[in-house]
Write a protein that binds this ligand. Structure first.
Ligand SMILES: Cc1cc2nc3c(=O)[nH]c(=O)nc-3n(C[C@H](O)[C@H](O)[C@H](O)COP(=O)(O)OP(=O)(O)OC[C@H]3O[C@@H](n4cnc5c(N)ncnc54)[C@H](O)[C@@H]3O)c2cc1C
Length: 570
């Protein structure tokens, strides 16, 4: 769907209306390709999935496209509205969106953001899909919620024979905003509804109940239908075609799949109570819903619901780790464009020594987060064939989700600061990124839940700690600063297994080890030096508590090289 979007400046003759010439405004960050212009990302695809380069290039162009950037602005300004009833008084529980939202969703699906990993037979499909998600998160983050959930849902569909039709449809690339029976749809949008009022982290406290209704043939397989009664306090993308959800059967939490349209074409009883008025993520609808005799298909065995639904969360957590890295990358790109195209005190702002310090510090953090998330994606590709990769994926996924999602707000803040007052104004995408940045650390498991999960993995299987140490063993002796970081991590891991109080610092240092290892493998000496001089235990004293406090051990010329590496070339 196309509609006219005003772009560019109105041509007002300067002599008639203006009191002054407009001078020294920074150039907008457009006209670039977020893939081909990004040294780190291009090299990553060349290494692991060169077959996907064309797709990445096509998507990367959207991030720098002025028209698409305006779609992102419009979809966040003209926010979704709930329509509970039609004009005749029938309940419809539907959501209305600005056309820009649907155009973004169509682009995401067309570019395989939700499902490349499931559609391709090429090697490292999850890695390539992670790069697409990284790029999409530089286009518009609200729609990254449905793309991430659709990605994770496919694994759930494949594991449940009754949902084979959904597995097939979830590979579609043609987005359709409609409420039709799954068999009639070219693709599907999927939500996850778990969180209830009394608590989201502790899903054992689920209040919603389910009662067996009947079993019948569903698109060629037997489905066991239950009637659900209860509520969900958070349910994003309520206009989805179906939802994975939880309810108790005889007191035991069980996983269900709830189609919004039933096999006879009628609407399921799915009552959207209201939409959440959110701090960010404005383009995307999030809601409160109630179930009353709502029909849903059981997934897996009764009583194994939490285990079942958490088995998908490996993929959503990977997606948030990569998504937050993408948001950080976009923040950095905006900061670089602004500071290199605006002058202060006689030079570009980027060339002022203090700003070089800030930009280099941000650039190192973004590269480290990006490479760590991509390493998790690679482990996801390899985990079926390798015990090492399986154990690594198990522990590195929550660690990367914790670290990157917790890191994003401070990066967005500092990038906003680089813009001065203009960064705080809604016309600049920076303001939107700032409001969006904290969200990924909340949903799909909060920061503390991620650290709890890292510790749980280590407690259950001591092989997990060994997998982390094996991962970095080939780098031993290459850099004493890195060796010190690994030793520090090993001590903390062993201590945290016996002491929950240490779970958070331990997870942080695990993430730093993974980042350091990836930087040693794939980055430049200047980036490695900044990272290890400031982020390893024996770098203490040369980094403050804010970005831009690289000191003593980092020279200005080295920082300038780091900044040049991070520039997105046009
Ligand atoms: C915009 C938005 C959209 C959302 N969309 C969805 C959705 O589509 N589907 C869905 O199911 N949910 C959704 N959520 C809900 C989200 O997943 C939950 O908010 C999250 O899981 C946390 O649950 P809670 O809010 O109940 O917080 P709580 O569980 O009450 O936690 C509050 C704080 O306590 C901490 N905490 C809890 N237990 C412990 C512990 N044992 N040790 C240390 N700290 C602890 C947590 O880490 C957190 O910091 C959404 C949330 C938001 C903000």
């Amino acid at each position: 769907m196309n509609y006219p979007v005003p772009t560019g400046m109105l041509e007002v003759p300067a002599d008639r209306y203006s009191t002054h010439p407009v001078l020294n405004q920074a150039q907008p960050a457009n006209g670039f390709n977020a893939f081909t212009g990004d040294t780190v990302l291009r090299a990553a695809i060349d290494r692991e999935a060169p077959w996907a380069a064309g797709r990445c290039e096509a998507l990367g162009a959207l991030a720098g496209d002025e028209y698409v950037q305006d779609l992102a602005r419009l979809s966040n300004r003209y926010t979704p509205e709930l329509k509970t009833h039609d004009r005749f008084g029938n309940r419809i529980d539907w959501v209305e969106f600005h056309p820009s939202w649907h155009e973004l969703m169509s682009l995401a699906w067309k570019h395989e953001v939700p499902n490349l990993a499931w559609r391709t037979n090429e090697k490292n499909g999850h890695f390539a899909r992670a790069v697409l998600s990284y790029l999409w998160n530089q286009v518009e983050q609200g729609s990254a919620c449905p793309t991430g959930m659709a990605y994770a849902s496919h694994a759930g569909f494949e594991a449940e024979p009754a949902l084979a039709i959904w597995a097939e449809k979830s590979k579609g690339t043609s987005y359709e905003f409609s409420r039709r029976e799954v068999g009639d749809k070219p693709s599907v949008v999927i939500g996850y509804a778990m969180t209830e009022k009394q608590g989201g982290s502790d899903l054992r406290e689920t209040q919603t109940t389910a009662r067996y209704s009947h079993s019948d043939d569903y698109h060629g397989a037997t489905a066991h239908w239950y009637e659900l009664t209860g509520h969900k306090w958070f349910c994003s993308v309520p206009q989805s075609d179906g939802f994975f959800t939880l309810a108790k059967v005889n007191g035991d939490v069980t996983c269900f799949f709830l189609p919004r349209t039933l096999p006879d074409g009628s609407y399921n009883r799915f009552f959207v109570q209201r939409l959440k008025d959110k701090c960010g993520n404005k383009s995307n609808a999030s809601s409160e819903v109630e179930y009353a005799g709502t029909l849903a298909i059981r997934v897996g065995e009764e009583g194994r619901g939490i285990r079942e639904i958490l088995s998908h969360s490996h993929l959503t957590r990977l997606d948030f780790a990569i998504g937050s890295a993408g948001l950080m990358r976009q923040s950095l790109t905006l900061a670089l464009r602004h500071t290199t195209t605006r002058n202060a005190f006689g030079t570009t702002i980027a060339d002022r020594p203090m700003m070089t310090n800030v930009l280099a510090d941000l650039a190192v953090e973004v590269e480290a987060s990006t490479l760590m998330a991509l390493r998790v994606a690679k482990a996801t590709d390899l985990m079926a064939a390798s015990e090492h990769e399986k154990l690594l994926a198990r522990v590195a996924t929550p660690a990367a989700k914790f670290f990157n999602c917790s890191r994003a707000p401070s990066i967005a803040y500092e990038a906003l600061q680089c813009h001065g007052g203009n960064g705080f104004i809604e016309e600049n995408p920076m303001a939107r990124l700032y409001r969006e940045a904290p969200l990924n650390s909340v949903w799909e498991g909060t920061a503390n839940m991620m650290c709890m999960d890292v510790r749980r993995a280590m407690m259950k299987d001591s092989g997990t700690i060994h997998a982390l140490l094996d991962e970095v063993a080939p780098l031993a002796g290459q850099d004493t600063r890195f060796d010190a970081l690994v030793q520090h991590a090993e001590r903390l891991m062993r201590a945290a297994v016996g002491n929950e109080f240490l779970a958070r610092p331990m997870t942080e240092v695990v993430a730093r080890v993974l980042q350091g290892a990836e930087l040693l493998r794939h980055s430049t000496q200047e980036v490695v030096d900044v990272f290890l001089n400031t982020r390893s235990p024996n770098g203490t004293g040369s980094w403050g508590s804010h970005y831009g406090t690289l000191a003593v051990t980092v020279s200005q010329p080295a920082a300038q090289k780091v900044v040049r590496r991070a520039m997105v070339t046009c």
